[in-house]
Design a binder for this molecule. Structure first.
Ligand code: SF4
Length: 108
């Protein structure tokens, strides 16, 4: 490979790598869909869109002051109506939701 071909090849390789990195970054910014309460796994975890609807007979430790917005796994902004839940692979859950995996946020 002559020096000019090599330089051209290296520049094209660098441009390709940058494009791939950018594509990954842009992809990471895409919001996942809402978590479907009828999804089999969501159901198994007792997920409800409103914490008041949780099955208290099945989940006796549940209290109505527990909600996704107060859970460590909720990644929505403070005051957001919904946000990604890391437990459910980043799918969106409502701030008012709840599931049996609720983990209270540490006190600030
Ligand atoms: S893990 Fe937390 S944020 Fe996710 S659905 Fe359950 S209670 Fe909501």
């Amino acid at each position: 490979m002559n020096p000019i071909d090599r330089r051209k090849f290296l520049m094209q390789a660098a441009a390709g790598a940058s494009a791939l990195t950018l594509a990954r970054f842009v992809g990471a910014e895409e919001a996942k869909p809402d978590l479907d309460p009828n999804d089999a796994y969501a159901k198994a975890m007792g997920f409800v869109v409103n914490t008041a609807d949780a099955d208290s007979a099945k989940f006796p430790n549940h209290t109505t002051d527990q909600a996704c917005s107060k859970c460590q796994l909720f990644q929505g902004a403070d005051g957001a109506e919904k946000g990604p839940c890391s437990f459910f692979g980043g799918r969106q859950v409502p701030a008012t939701g709840w599931c049996r995996n609720f983990k209270p946020k540490a006190a600030a």
